[in-house]
Design a protein around this ligand. Structure first.
Ligand SMILES: Nc1ncnc2c1ncn2[C@@H]1O[C@H](COP(=O)(O)OP(=O)(O)OP(=O)(O)O)[C@@H](O)[C@H]1O
Length: 608
Protein backbone atom coordinates (compact mmCIF):
# COMPACT_ATOMS: atom_id res chain seq x y z
CA UNK A 1 0.00 0.00 0.00
CA UNK A 2 2.76 2.42 1.00
CA UNK A 3 4.50 1.66 -2.29
CA UNK A 4 1.31 2.31 -4.24
CA UNK A 5 0.81 5.65 -2.50
CA UNK A 6 4.42 6.54 -3.18
CA UNK A 7 3.96 5.69 -6.86
CA UNK A 8 0.80 7.67 -6.98
CA UNK A 9 2.50 10.71 -5.49
CA UNK A 10 5.24 10.34 -8.07
CA UNK A 11 2.55 10.16 -10.75
CA UNK A 12 0.95 13.34 -9.54
CA UNK A 13 4.22 15.21 -9.82
CA UNK A 14 4.98 13.64 -13.14
CA UNK A 15 1.65 14.78 -14.52
CA UNK A 16 2.81 18.33 -14.53
CA UNK A 17 6.18 17.36 -15.90
CA UNK A 18 7.68 18.93 -12.82
CA UNK A 19 11.42 18.46 -12.62
CA UNK A 20 11.79 14.84 -11.59
CA UNK A 21 14.12 13.32 -9.06
CA UNK A 22 17.10 11.95 -10.93
CA UNK A 23 15.99 8.84 -12.75
CA UNK A 24 18.45 6.09 -13.50
CA UNK A 25 18.99 5.91 -17.25
CA UNK A 26 20.54 2.47 -16.96
CA UNK A 27 17.43 0.85 -15.49
CA UNK A 28 15.14 2.58 -18.01
CA UNK A 29 17.17 1.42 -20.94
CA UNK A 30 17.63 -2.06 -19.56
CA UNK A 31 13.86 -2.30 -19.61
CA UNK A 32 13.68 -1.08 -23.21
CA UNK A 33 16.53 -3.27 -24.35
CA UNK A 34 14.43 -6.30 -23.30
CA UNK A 35 11.81 -5.21 -25.83
CA UNK A 36 14.47 -4.34 -28.43
CA UNK A 37 15.92 -7.85 -28.20
CA UNK A 38 12.59 -9.22 -29.42
CA UNK A 39 13.20 -7.25 -32.64
CA UNK A 40 16.93 -7.88 -32.86
CA UNK A 41 16.80 -8.91 -36.53
CA UNK A 42 14.98 -5.71 -37.51
CA UNK A 43 17.47 -3.61 -35.52
CA UNK A 44 20.40 -5.44 -37.13
CA UNK A 45 18.91 -4.76 -40.58
CA UNK A 46 18.39 -1.12 -39.56
CA UNK A 47 22.08 -0.77 -38.60
CA UNK A 48 23.22 -2.38 -41.87
CA UNK A 49 20.95 -0.08 -43.92
CA UNK A 50 22.24 2.93 -41.96
CA UNK A 51 25.84 1.98 -42.69
CA UNK A 52 25.12 1.59 -46.41
CA UNK A 53 23.18 4.89 -46.54
CA UNK A 54 25.99 6.76 -44.73
CA UNK A 55 28.67 5.21 -46.94
CA UNK A 56 26.69 6.20 -50.04
CA UNK A 57 26.50 9.77 -48.81
CA UNK A 58 30.01 10.19 -47.45
CA UNK A 59 31.88 8.59 -50.34
CA UNK A 60 30.57 11.28 -52.67
CA UNK A 61 33.12 14.00 -51.67
CA UNK A 62 35.87 11.38 -52.01
CA UNK A 63 34.77 10.65 -55.57
CA UNK A 64 34.92 14.36 -56.38
CA UNK A 65 38.41 14.48 -54.91
CA UNK A 66 39.41 11.68 -57.29
CA UNK A 67 37.86 13.54 -60.25
CA UNK A 68 39.67 16.78 -59.35
CA UNK A 69 43.10 15.41 -58.42
CA UNK A 70 43.44 12.46 -60.79
CA UNK A 71 41.76 13.96 -63.82
CA UNK A 72 40.94 17.70 -63.87
CA UNK A 73 44.10 19.03 -62.14
CA UNK A 74 46.48 16.85 -64.15
CA UNK A 75 44.75 17.74 -67.39
CA UNK A 76 43.95 14.13 -68.39
CA UNK A 77 41.40 13.95 -71.15
CA UNK A 78 40.09 10.57 -70.03
CA UNK A 79 36.37 11.21 -70.50
CA UNK A 80 35.46 7.56 -69.91
CA UNK A 81 36.88 7.67 -66.36
CA UNK A 82 35.13 10.98 -65.71
CA UNK A 83 31.88 9.44 -66.96
CA UNK A 84 32.48 6.46 -64.70
CA UNK A 85 33.01 8.74 -61.69
CA UNK A 86 29.82 10.67 -62.60
CA UNK A 87 27.90 7.39 -62.88
CA UNK A 88 29.29 6.15 -59.56
CA UNK A 89 28.32 9.46 -57.96
CA UNK A 90 24.77 8.97 -59.17
CA UNK A 91 24.67 5.36 -57.95
CA UNK A 92 25.95 6.45 -54.52
CA UNK A 93 23.24 9.14 -54.29
CA UNK A 94 20.47 6.72 -55.23
CA UNK A 95 21.85 4.02 -52.88
CA UNK A 96 22.01 6.50 -50.02
CA UNK A 97 18.43 7.63 -50.71
CA UNK A 98 17.07 4.09 -50.96
CA UNK A 99 18.81 2.80 -47.82
CA UNK A 100 17.82 5.89 -45.83
CA UNK A 101 14.24 4.98 -46.75
CA UNK A 102 14.72 1.34 -45.68
CA UNK A 103 16.52 2.39 -42.52
CA UNK A 104 13.63 4.68 -41.50
CA UNK A 105 11.02 2.06 -42.29
CA UNK A 106 12.79 -0.64 -40.30
CA UNK A 107 13.28 1.61 -37.28
CA UNK A 108 9.67 2.76 -37.40
CA UNK A 109 8.46 -0.82 -37.68
CA UNK A 110 10.45 -2.02 -34.66
CA UNK A 111 9.87 1.16 -32.60
CA UNK A 112 6.15 1.34 -33.29
CA UNK A 113 5.59 -2.34 -32.49
CA UNK A 114 7.48 -1.97 -29.21
CA UNK A 115 5.37 1.08 -28.32
CA UNK A 116 2.16 -0.70 -29.39
CA UNK A 117 2.97 -3.69 -27.19
CA UNK A 118 3.86 -1.45 -24.21
CA UNK A 119 0.55 0.41 -24.73
CA UNK A 120 -1.35 -2.89 -24.85
CA UNK A 121 0.43 -4.20 -21.75
CA UNK A 122 -0.39 -0.96 -19.92
CA UNK A 123 -4.05 -1.07 -20.91
CA UNK A 124 -4.40 -4.72 -19.84
CA UNK A 125 -2.59 -4.00 -16.60
CA UNK A 126 -4.78 -0.98 -15.78
CA UNK A 127 -7.91 -3.05 -16.48
CA UNK A 128 -6.78 -5.56 -13.85
CA UNK A 129 -6.05 -3.02 -11.12
CA UNK A 130 -8.35 -2.93 -8.11
CA UNK A 131 -10.93 -0.25 -7.37
CA UNK A 132 -8.79 0.98 -4.46
CA UNK A 133 -6.20 2.07 -7.02
CA UNK A 134 -8.76 4.01 -9.06
CA UNK A 135 -9.97 5.66 -5.85
CA UNK A 136 -6.51 7.12 -5.36
CA UNK A 137 -5.30 7.87 -8.87
CA UNK A 138 -7.23 10.27 -11.10
CA UNK A 139 -8.09 8.93 -14.54
CA UNK A 140 -6.26 11.91 -16.16
CA UNK A 141 -2.99 10.54 -14.83
CA UNK A 142 -3.67 7.08 -16.31
CA UNK A 143 -4.61 8.63 -19.67
CA UNK A 144 -1.24 10.41 -19.61
CA UNK A 145 0.50 7.06 -19.15
CA UNK A 146 -1.29 5.42 -22.05
CA UNK A 147 -1.00 8.39 -24.43
CA UNK A 148 1.83 10.87 -23.75
CA UNK A 149 4.22 8.50 -22.00
CA UNK A 150 4.05 5.89 -24.73
CA UNK A 151 4.42 8.71 -27.27
CA UNK A 152 7.63 9.80 -25.50
CA UNK A 153 8.99 6.27 -25.98
CA UNK A 154 7.95 6.44 -29.62
CA UNK A 155 9.97 9.64 -30.01
CA UNK A 156 12.90 7.96 -28.29
CA UNK A 157 13.02 5.46 -31.14
CA UNK A 158 12.49 7.70 -34.10
CA UNK A 159 14.64 10.55 -32.79
CA UNK A 160 17.19 9.39 -30.21
CA UNK A 161 17.98 5.90 -31.54
CA UNK A 162 18.02 7.19 -35.12
CA UNK A 163 20.32 10.05 -34.22
CA UNK A 164 22.69 7.98 -32.08
CA UNK A 165 23.10 5.33 -34.76
CA UNK A 166 23.04 7.49 -37.87
CA UNK A 167 24.87 10.55 -36.55
CA UNK A 168 27.25 8.45 -34.46
CA UNK A 169 28.34 6.38 -37.48
CA UNK A 170 28.47 9.53 -39.64
CA UNK A 171 30.92 11.18 -37.23
CA UNK A 172 33.15 8.10 -37.13
CA UNK A 173 33.04 7.77 -40.93
CA UNK A 174 33.90 11.45 -41.45
CA UNK A 175 36.82 11.25 -39.01
CA UNK A 176 38.18 8.16 -40.80
CA UNK A 177 37.89 9.92 -44.19
CA UNK A 178 39.53 13.09 -42.85
CA UNK A 179 42.46 11.18 -41.33
CA UNK A 180 42.77 9.27 -44.55
CA UNK A 181 42.90 12.52 -46.55
CA UNK A 182 45.30 14.53 -44.36
CA UNK A 183 46.38 13.78 -40.78
CA UNK A 184 47.79 17.27 -39.98
CA UNK A 185 44.74 19.11 -41.25
CA UNK A 186 42.48 16.72 -39.29
CA UNK A 187 44.42 17.23 -36.06
CA UNK A 188 44.20 21.02 -36.47
CA UNK A 189 40.45 20.73 -37.07
CA UNK A 190 40.02 18.67 -33.91
CA UNK A 191 41.30 21.63 -31.84
CA UNK A 192 37.73 22.90 -32.20
CA UNK A 193 36.23 19.84 -30.51
CA UNK A 194 36.75 21.00 -26.88
CA UNK A 195 35.19 24.37 -27.77
CA UNK A 196 32.17 22.56 -29.26
CA UNK A 197 31.92 20.41 -26.13
CA UNK A 198 31.98 23.45 -23.80
CA UNK A 199 29.26 25.20 -25.81
CA UNK A 200 27.11 22.05 -25.99
CA UNK A 201 27.35 21.45 -22.23
CA UNK A 202 26.60 25.11 -21.42
CA UNK A 203 23.56 25.15 -23.68
CA UNK A 204 22.39 21.69 -22.66
CA UNK A 205 21.43 22.60 -19.09
CA UNK A 206 19.78 25.86 -20.20
CA UNK A 207 17.91 24.10 -23.01
CA UNK A 208 16.72 21.44 -20.56
CA UNK A 209 15.34 24.09 -18.22
CA UNK A 210 13.51 25.97 -20.96
CA UNK A 211 12.11 22.69 -22.31
CA UNK A 212 10.83 21.61 -18.90
CA UNK A 213 9.33 25.01 -18.21
CA UNK A 214 7.42 24.94 -21.51
CA UNK A 215 6.14 21.38 -20.84
CA UNK A 216 5.04 22.23 -17.27
CA UNK A 217 3.16 25.30 -18.45
CA UNK A 218 1.54 23.39 -21.29
CA UNK A 219 0.38 20.67 -18.86
CA UNK A 220 -1.14 23.33 -16.61
CA UNK A 221 -2.92 24.88 -19.55
CA UNK A 222 -4.28 21.51 -20.68
CA UNK A 223 -5.34 20.53 -17.15
CA UNK A 224 -7.10 23.87 -16.71
CA UNK A 225 -8.93 23.50 -20.04
CA UNK A 226 -9.99 19.93 -19.23
CA UNK A 227 -11.29 20.97 -15.80
CA UNK A 228 -13.09 23.90 -17.35
CA UNK A 229 -14.83 21.70 -19.90
CA UNK A 230 -15.86 19.17 -17.25
CA UNK A 231 -17.30 21.90 -15.04
CA UNK A 232 -18.89 23.92 -17.87
CA UNK A 233 -22.50 23.71 -16.60
CA UNK A 234 -21.38 25.01 -13.19
CA UNK A 235 -19.31 27.81 -14.72
CA UNK A 236 -22.18 28.91 -16.91
CA UNK A 237 -24.83 28.72 -14.22
CA UNK A 238 -22.69 30.80 -11.83
CA UNK A 239 -21.66 33.08 -14.72
CA UNK A 240 -17.93 32.61 -14.11
CA UNK A 241 -16.84 32.72 -17.77
CA UNK A 242 -15.02 36.03 -17.28
CA UNK A 243 -12.94 34.80 -14.36
CA UNK A 244 -12.19 31.54 -16.16
CA UNK A 245 -11.19 33.48 -19.25
CA UNK A 246 -8.84 35.64 -17.16
CA UNK A 247 -7.21 32.56 -15.64
CA UNK A 248 -6.93 30.94 -19.05
CA UNK A 249 -5.27 34.09 -20.49
CA UNK A 250 -2.76 34.05 -17.65
CA UNK A 251 -1.82 30.43 -18.24
CA UNK A 252 -1.87 30.86 -22.00
CA UNK A 253 0.44 33.87 -21.79
CA UNK A 254 2.89 32.11 -19.50
CA UNK A 255 3.00 29.09 -21.85
CA UNK A 256 3.47 31.42 -24.82
CA UNK A 257 6.45 33.08 -23.09
CA UNK A 258 8.01 29.77 -22.09
CA UNK A 259 7.57 28.50 -25.63
CA UNK A 260 9.21 31.59 -27.10
CA UNK A 261 12.11 31.21 -24.70
CA UNK A 262 12.58 27.59 -25.73
CA UNK A 263 12.54 28.50 -29.42
CA UNK A 264 14.96 31.42 -28.87
CA UNK A 265 17.39 29.14 -27.03
CA UNK A 266 17.22 26.53 -29.78
CA UNK A 267 17.80 29.13 -32.50
CA UNK A 268 20.72 30.63 -30.59
CA UNK A 269 22.27 27.21 -30.10
CA UNK A 270 21.89 26.28 -33.77
CA UNK A 271 23.31 29.60 -34.98
CA UNK A 272 26.27 29.37 -32.59
CA UNK A 273 27.00 25.97 -34.04
CA UNK A 274 26.75 27.38 -37.56
CA UNK A 275 29.20 30.17 -36.70
CA UNK A 276 31.63 27.60 -35.32
CA UNK A 277 31.19 25.54 -38.46
CA UNK A 278 31.94 28.54 -40.65
CA UNK A 279 34.96 29.42 -38.49
CA UNK A 280 36.28 25.92 -38.98
CA UNK A 281 35.78 26.19 -42.75
CA UNK A 282 37.50 29.59 -42.84
CA UNK A 283 40.40 28.13 -40.90
CA UNK A 284 40.69 25.16 -43.27
CA UNK A 285 40.48 27.46 -46.32
CA UNK A 286 43.26 29.62 -44.93
CA UNK A 287 45.46 26.83 -43.62
CA UNK A 288 44.76 24.31 -46.37
CA UNK A 289 44.74 26.98 -49.09
CA UNK A 290 48.29 27.95 -48.13
CA UNK A 291 49.30 24.30 -48.27
CA UNK A 292 47.75 23.99 -51.76
CA UNK A 293 49.64 27.09 -52.95
CA UNK A 294 52.83 25.63 -51.52
CA UNK A 295 51.90 22.42 -53.41
CA UNK A 296 51.99 20.48 -50.09
CA UNK A 297 48.33 19.58 -50.49
CA UNK A 298 46.29 18.54 -53.52
CA UNK A 299 43.35 20.79 -54.37
CA UNK A 300 40.94 17.82 -54.48
CA UNK A 301 41.94 16.88 -50.92
CA UNK A 302 41.20 20.44 -49.74
CA UNK A 303 37.83 20.39 -51.52
CA UNK A 304 36.86 17.03 -49.97
CA UNK A 305 38.12 18.19 -46.57
CA UNK A 306 35.98 21.33 -46.62
CA UNK A 307 32.94 19.23 -47.54
CA UNK A 308 33.62 16.80 -44.66
CA UNK A 309 34.09 19.63 -42.16
CA UNK A 310 30.75 21.07 -43.29
CA UNK A 311 29.12 17.67 -42.74
CA UNK A 312 30.93 17.13 -39.41
CA UNK A 313 28.94 19.72 -37.44
CA UNK A 314 25.45 18.61 -38.39
CA UNK A 315 25.51 15.23 -36.55
CA UNK A 316 27.06 16.80 -33.43
CA UNK A 317 24.29 19.39 -33.42
CA UNK A 318 21.57 16.74 -33.89
CA UNK A 319 22.95 14.43 -31.19
CA UNK A 320 23.13 17.32 -28.70
CA UNK A 321 19.51 18.17 -29.37
CA UNK A 322 18.36 14.66 -28.40
CA UNK A 323 18.91 15.39 -24.73
CA UNK A 324 15.36 16.58 -24.05
CA UNK A 325 13.77 13.68 -25.87
CA UNK A 326 16.06 11.28 -24.04
CA UNK A 327 15.11 12.81 -20.73
CA UNK A 328 11.36 12.71 -21.33
CA UNK A 329 11.65 9.12 -22.56
CA UNK A 330 13.51 8.24 -19.37
CA UNK A 331 10.84 9.84 -17.18
CA UNK A 332 8.08 8.19 -19.25
CA UNK A 333 9.66 4.73 -18.95
CA UNK A 334 10.07 5.11 -15.19
CA UNK A 335 6.45 6.19 -14.81
CA UNK A 336 5.16 3.36 -16.96
CA UNK A 337 7.24 0.80 -15.09
CA UNK A 338 6.15 2.17 -11.73
CA UNK A 339 2.58 1.62 -12.84
CA UNK A 340 3.26 -1.85 -14.26
CA UNK A 341 4.89 -2.89 -11.00
CA UNK A 342 1.72 -2.18 -9.00
CA UNK A 343 0.03 -5.43 -8.09
CA UNK A 344 -3.80 -5.48 -8.03
CA UNK A 345 -4.90 -5.66 -4.39
CA UNK A 346 -7.72 -8.03 -5.32
CA UNK A 347 -6.28 -11.16 -6.92
CA UNK A 348 -7.42 -14.68 -7.70
CA UNK A 349 -6.33 -17.22 -5.09
CA UNK A 350 -3.59 -19.64 -6.26
CA UNK A 351 -6.08 -22.52 -5.87
CA UNK A 352 -9.55 -21.39 -6.94
CA UNK A 353 -12.80 -23.30 -6.51
CA UNK A 354 -15.60 -23.42 -9.05
CA UNK A 355 -19.25 -22.88 -8.46
CA UNK A 356 -21.45 -25.77 -9.62
CA UNK A 357 -23.15 -25.40 -13.02
CA UNK A 358 -26.47 -24.87 -11.23
CA UNK A 359 -25.75 -21.81 -9.08
CA UNK A 360 -28.44 -21.22 -6.46
CA UNK A 361 -27.43 -17.68 -5.53
CA UNK A 362 -27.37 -17.90 -1.74
CA UNK A 363 -25.34 -15.00 -0.32
CA UNK A 364 -23.89 -14.67 3.14
CA UNK A 365 -21.87 -11.97 4.86
CA UNK A 366 -20.28 -13.52 7.95
CA UNK A 367 -18.85 -11.19 10.61
CA UNK A 368 -17.61 -8.83 7.87
CA UNK A 369 -15.47 -5.80 8.71
CA UNK A 370 -14.17 -3.51 6.01
CA UNK A 371 -12.32 -0.16 5.93
CA UNK A 372 -11.13 1.96 2.99
CA UNK A 373 -8.59 3.55 5.32
CA UNK A 374 -6.91 1.57 8.07
CA UNK A 375 -8.60 2.06 11.42
CA UNK A 376 -11.76 3.65 9.97
CA UNK A 377 -14.16 0.74 9.33
CA UNK A 378 -17.23 1.54 7.24
CA UNK A 379 -18.70 -1.99 7.64
CA UNK A 380 -18.52 -3.39 11.15
CA UNK A 381 -18.89 -7.07 12.12
CA UNK A 382 -21.83 -7.40 9.75
CA UNK A 383 -23.83 -10.64 9.46
CA UNK A 384 -26.38 -11.06 6.69
CA UNK A 385 -27.88 -14.17 5.18
CA UNK A 386 -29.76 -13.92 1.89
CA UNK A 387 -31.58 -17.06 0.76
CA UNK A 388 -31.25 -18.07 -2.87
CA UNK A 389 -33.87 -16.27 -4.96
CA UNK A 390 -34.78 -13.76 -2.24
CA UNK A 391 -35.23 -10.08 -2.92
CA UNK A 392 -33.64 -7.92 -0.29
CA UNK A 393 -33.95 -4.18 0.14
CA UNK A 394 -31.16 -2.15 1.70
CA UNK A 395 -31.94 1.27 3.13
CA UNK A 396 -30.10 3.72 5.34
CA UNK A 397 -28.89 7.28 5.46
CA UNK A 398 -26.12 8.69 3.34
CA UNK A 399 -22.77 7.18 4.20
CA UNK A 400 -24.32 4.23 6.07
CA UNK A 401 -22.25 1.75 4.03
CA UNK A 402 -24.86 0.43 1.56
CA UNK A 403 -22.70 0.87 -1.57
CA UNK A 404 -19.65 -0.44 0.28
CA UNK A 405 -21.57 -3.61 1.14
CA UNK A 406 -22.32 -4.36 -2.50
CA UNK A 407 -18.77 -3.42 -3.56
CA UNK A 408 -17.65 -6.24 -1.27
CA UNK A 409 -20.03 -8.71 -2.92
CA UNK A 410 -18.70 -7.67 -6.36
CA UNK A 411 -15.19 -8.05 -4.87
CA UNK A 412 -14.14 -4.57 -5.89
CA UNK A 413 -12.42 -4.61 -2.50
CA UNK A 414 -11.45 -7.46 -0.17
CA UNK A 415 -12.89 -7.64 3.32
CA UNK A 416 -10.40 -7.20 6.14
CA UNK A 417 -12.23 -9.58 8.48
CA UNK A 418 -14.94 -12.18 8.00
CA UNK A 419 -16.12 -13.79 4.75
CA UNK A 420 -18.58 -13.19 1.95
CA UNK A 421 -19.88 -16.41 0.43
CA UNK A 422 -21.99 -17.43 -2.56
CA UNK A 423 -23.57 -20.88 -2.20
CA UNK A 424 -21.27 -21.48 0.75
CA UNK A 425 -18.02 -20.76 -1.15
CA UNK A 426 -15.97 -17.72 -0.13
CA UNK A 427 -15.83 -15.26 -3.03
CA UNK A 428 -12.06 -15.00 -2.41
CA UNK A 429 -11.81 -18.62 -3.56
CA UNK A 430 -13.77 -18.04 -6.77
CA UNK A 431 -12.07 -16.95 -9.99
CA UNK A 432 -12.98 -13.28 -10.49
CA UNK A 433 -14.10 -14.02 -14.04
CA UNK A 434 -16.74 -16.44 -12.72
CA UNK A 435 -17.79 -14.16 -9.88
CA UNK A 436 -18.41 -11.28 -12.26
CA UNK A 437 -20.58 -13.47 -14.48
CA UNK A 438 -22.64 -14.50 -11.48
CA UNK A 439 -23.10 -11.03 -9.97
CA UNK A 440 -24.66 -8.28 -12.11
CA UNK A 441 -24.74 -4.62 -11.12
CA UNK A 442 -26.78 -1.61 -12.20
CA UNK A 443 -25.35 1.57 -10.79
CA UNK A 444 -27.12 4.82 -10.09
CA UNK A 445 -25.27 6.58 -12.92
CA UNK A 446 -25.43 4.17 -15.85
CA UNK A 447 -22.31 4.36 -17.94
CA UNK A 448 -22.55 4.30 -21.72
CA UNK A 449 -19.61 3.61 -23.99
CA UNK A 450 -18.93 5.23 -27.34
CA UNK A 451 -20.54 2.78 -29.75
CA UNK A 452 -23.93 1.66 -31.02
CA UNK A 453 -26.96 0.98 -28.81
CA UNK A 454 -26.51 -2.68 -29.71
CA UNK A 455 -22.91 -2.74 -28.47
CA UNK A 456 -23.82 -0.81 -25.34
CA UNK A 457 -26.41 -3.38 -24.37
CA UNK A 458 -24.20 -6.40 -25.05
CA UNK A 459 -21.02 -4.58 -23.92
CA UNK A 460 -19.29 -5.42 -27.22
CA UNK A 461 -19.69 -9.16 -26.55
CA UNK A 462 -20.17 -10.56 -30.06
CA UNK A 463 -21.48 -13.88 -28.75
CA UNK A 464 -24.70 -12.09 -27.78
CA UNK A 465 -26.87 -11.84 -30.87
CA UNK A 466 -28.74 -8.80 -32.18
CA UNK A 467 -32.00 -10.70 -31.63
CA UNK A 468 -31.19 -11.29 -27.95
CA UNK A 469 -30.48 -7.57 -27.50
CA UNK A 470 -33.69 -6.55 -29.27
CA UNK A 471 -35.70 -8.99 -27.18
CA UNK A 472 -34.20 -7.67 -23.93
CA UNK A 473 -34.86 -4.06 -24.95
CA UNK A 474 -38.41 -4.88 -25.98
CA UNK A 475 -39.02 -6.57 -22.67
CA UNK A 476 -37.66 -3.69 -20.63
CA UNK A 477 -39.62 -1.19 -22.72
CA UNK A 478 -36.48 0.44 -24.14
CA UNK A 479 -37.45 -0.50 -27.71
CA UNK A 480 -39.82 2.49 -28.00
CA UNK A 481 -36.98 4.90 -27.18
CA UNK A 482 -34.46 3.11 -29.40
CA UNK A 483 -36.75 2.84 -32.41
CA UNK A 484 -37.31 6.59 -32.28
CA UNK A 485 -33.55 7.10 -32.76
CA UNK A 486 -32.36 7.75 -36.36
CA UNK A 487 -30.50 4.45 -36.78
CA UNK A 488 -32.44 2.40 -34.25
CA UNK A 489 -30.19 -0.19 -32.60
CA UNK A 490 -27.23 1.00 -34.68
CA UNK A 491 -27.49 4.62 -33.45
CA UNK A 492 -24.22 5.86 -31.97
CA UNK A 493 -24.10 6.66 -28.28
CA UNK A 494 -21.34 8.34 -26.33
CA UNK A 495 -20.20 8.50 -22.73
CA UNK A 496 -22.74 11.21 -21.95
CA UNK A 497 -25.51 9.27 -23.68
CA UNK A 498 -25.96 11.48 -26.79
CA UNK A 499 -29.21 13.17 -25.89
CA UNK A 500 -30.70 10.30 -23.87
CA UNK A 501 -32.39 11.21 -20.61
CA UNK A 502 -31.10 9.69 -17.36
CA UNK A 503 -34.10 7.35 -17.33
CA UNK A 504 -33.50 6.23 -20.92
CA UNK A 505 -29.85 5.54 -20.15
CA UNK A 506 -30.97 3.49 -17.20
CA UNK A 507 -33.34 1.49 -19.40
CA UNK A 508 -30.40 0.57 -21.60
CA UNK A 509 -28.35 -0.52 -18.61
CA UNK A 510 -31.30 -2.63 -17.45
CA UNK A 511 -31.45 -4.30 -20.83
CA UNK A 512 -27.77 -5.21 -20.25
CA UNK A 513 -28.77 -7.12 -17.14
CA UNK A 514 -31.45 -9.02 -19.04
CA UNK A 515 -28.94 -9.97 -21.71
CA UNK A 516 -26.22 -11.10 -19.32
CA UNK A 517 -28.63 -12.97 -16.99
CA UNK A 518 -26.60 -12.85 -13.76
CA UNK A 519 -27.74 -15.20 -10.94
CA UNK A 520 -27.38 -12.43 -8.39
CA UNK A 521 -28.63 -8.98 -9.30
CA UNK A 522 -27.64 -5.76 -7.56
CA UNK A 523 -29.42 -2.47 -8.17
CA UNK A 524 -27.70 0.48 -6.53
CA UNK A 525 -30.32 3.21 -6.27
CA UNK A 526 -30.98 2.41 -9.87
CA UNK A 527 -34.48 3.83 -9.93
CA UNK A 528 -33.55 7.13 -8.29
CA UNK A 529 -33.38 9.01 -11.60
CA UNK A 530 -36.52 7.71 -13.25
CA UNK A 531 -39.80 9.49 -13.79
CA UNK A 532 -42.80 7.61 -12.46
CA UNK A 533 -43.79 6.23 -15.88
CA UNK A 534 -40.30 4.84 -16.59
CA UNK A 535 -40.05 3.62 -13.02
CA UNK A 536 -43.23 1.65 -13.56
CA UNK A 537 -41.69 0.10 -16.66
CA UNK A 538 -38.56 -0.81 -14.76
CA UNK A 539 -40.42 -2.16 -11.76
CA UNK A 540 -42.46 -4.40 -14.03
CA UNK A 541 -39.31 -5.72 -15.68
CA UNK A 542 -37.62 -6.00 -12.31
CA UNK A 543 -40.41 -8.23 -10.99
CA UNK A 544 -39.76 -10.51 -13.93
CA UNK A 545 -35.95 -10.62 -13.80
CA UNK A 546 -35.81 -10.94 -10.04
CA UNK A 547 -38.05 -14.03 -10.10
CA UNK A 548 -35.94 -16.98 -8.99
CA UNK A 549 -32.89 -14.70 -8.87
CA UNK A 550 -31.24 -13.30 -5.74
CA UNK A 551 -31.80 -9.55 -5.93
CA UNK A 552 -30.33 -6.87 -3.72
CA UNK A 553 -31.85 -3.42 -4.16
CA UNK A 554 -30.45 -0.30 -2.57
CA UNK A 555 -33.28 2.16 -2.77
CA UNK A 556 -33.98 5.65 -1.59
CA UNK A 557 -37.56 5.33 -2.79
CA UNK A 558 -39.04 2.93 -0.29
CA UNK A 559 -41.86 2.09 -2.72
CA UNK A 560 -39.41 -0.06 -4.75
CA UNK A 561 -38.73 -2.44 -1.90
CA UNK A 562 -42.06 -2.70 -0.09
CA UNK A 563 -42.57 -6.20 -1.50
CA UNK A 564 -39.00 -7.37 -0.69
CA UNK A 565 -38.55 -10.66 1.21
CA UNK A 566 -36.50 -8.79 3.75
CA UNK A 567 -35.34 -5.25 4.23
CA UNK A 568 -32.23 -4.26 6.15
CA UNK A 569 -31.73 -0.81 7.60
CA UNK A 570 -28.10 0.24 7.84
CA UNK A 571 -26.49 2.88 9.96
CA UNK A 572 -22.77 3.56 10.38
CA UNK A 573 -21.75 0.24 8.85
CA UNK A 574 -24.12 -1.92 10.89
CA UNK A 575 -27.54 -3.48 10.37
CA UNK A 576 -29.79 -1.78 12.87
CA UNK A 577 -33.13 -3.24 11.76
CA UNK A 578 -34.11 -6.23 9.67
CA UNK A 579 -37.42 -7.75 8.57
CA UNK A 580 -40.26 -7.41 6.07
CA UNK A 581 -41.93 -4.05 5.41
CA UNK A 582 -44.76 -4.88 7.82
CA UNK A 583 -42.46 -6.23 10.53
CA UNK A 584 -40.28 -3.14 10.36
CA UNK A 585 -43.24 -0.78 10.50
CA UNK A 586 -44.35 -2.56 13.65
CA UNK A 587 -40.91 -2.10 15.23
CA UNK A 588 -41.56 1.64 15.13
CA UNK A 589 -37.86 2.42 14.65
CA UNK A 590 -35.70 3.99 11.93
CA UNK A 591 -37.60 2.31 9.11
CA UNK A 592 -40.92 3.64 10.37
CA UNK A 593 -39.36 7.10 10.64
CA UNK A 594 -38.02 6.85 7.09
CA UNK A 595 -41.41 5.77 5.76
CA UNK A 596 -43.14 8.62 7.57
CA UNK A 597 -40.58 11.06 6.23
CA UNK A 598 -40.94 9.80 2.67
CA UNK A 599 -44.68 10.29 2.98
CA UNK A 600 -44.15 13.80 4.32
CA UNK A 601 -45.38 12.92 7.82
CA UNK A 602 -42.16 13.60 9.68
CA UNK A 603 -38.92 15.64 9.80
CA UNK A 604 -35.75 14.26 8.19
CA UNK A 605 -34.26 11.53 10.37
CA UNK A 606 -30.81 11.62 11.90
CA UNK A 607 -29.53 8.14 12.63
CA UNK A 608 -27.02 7.79 15.32
N1 LIG B 1 -13.79 4.86 -2.32
C1 LIG B 1 -13.86 5.29 -1.09
N2 LIG B 1 -12.73 5.61 -0.42
C2 LIG B 1 -12.78 6.03 0.87
N3 LIG B 1 -13.92 6.13 1.58
C3 LIG B 1 -15.08 5.83 0.96
C4 LIG B 1 -15.10 5.39 -0.39
N4 LIG B 1 -16.38 5.16 -0.74
C5 LIG B 1 -17.12 5.43 0.35
N5 LIG B 1 -16.35 5.83 1.36
C6 LIG B 1 -16.80 6.16 2.73
O1 LIG B 1 -17.41 5.02 3.27
C7 LIG B 1 -18.57 5.35 3.99
C8 LIG B 1 -19.75 4.56 3.44
O2 LIG B 1 -19.99 4.99 2.11
P1 LIG B 1 -21.06 4.28 1.17
O3 LIG B 1 -20.92 4.90 -0.18
O4 LIG B 1 -20.91 2.83 1.28
O5 LIG B 1 -22.40 4.73 1.85
P2 LIG B 1 -23.87 4.68 1.26
O6 LIG B 1 -24.70 4.20 2.37
O7 LIG B 1 -23.92 3.92 0.00
O8 LIG B 1 -24.12 6.22 1.00
P3 LIG B 1 -25.00 6.91 -0.15
O9 LIG B 1 -26.41 6.56 0.14
O10 LIG B 1 -24.73 8.37 0.04
O11 LIG B 1 -24.50 6.39 -1.44
C9 LIG B 1 -18.74 6.86 3.86
O12 LIG B 1 -18.24 7.45 5.03
C10 LIG B 1 -17.89 7.23 2.67
O13 LIG B 1 -17.33 8.51 2.84
Amino acid sequence: MAQAIHNWQADQKADLNEPQPKQKYSSSFRVLSGYMLEHKKTFAAFIICTLIAISGELLQPYLLKLAIDDHLMVGKTDFRSLLLIGGLYLILSVTSLLFTYFQNNLLQKAGQSIVASIRKRLFDHISKLSMSYFDRVPSGSLITHVSSDTEAINQFFHQVVLSIVRDGFTLIFILVMMFQLDVTLTLYSLILLPIIAVIAIAFRSYMRKTYQLARTRLSRLVAFTAENLAGMPLIQVFYQQKEQSRQFSEKNESYFKANLREIRTNVLFNRTFEVLNNLAIAFIVWFGGRAVLDTDLAFGVLYAFITYIRLFFQPINTITQQWNTLQSANVAIQRIWNLLSIEPEVQDAPQTKKLPAQIRGEVEFRNVTFAYKEGEPVIKKLDLHIQAGQMIGVVGTTGAGKSSLISLLCRFYDVQKGTVTIDGISIKELPQAQLHRVVGLVQQEPYLFTGSVLDNVRLFDQTITREQVIEACRFIGADLVIERMPDGYDSRLSEKGSGLSAGERQLISFARILVFQPRILILDEATANLDSQTEQLINRALDYVSKGRTTIVIAHRLSTIIGADQIIVMSKGEIVEQGTHEQLLKQNGYYKEMTDYSQGKAQPIAMS
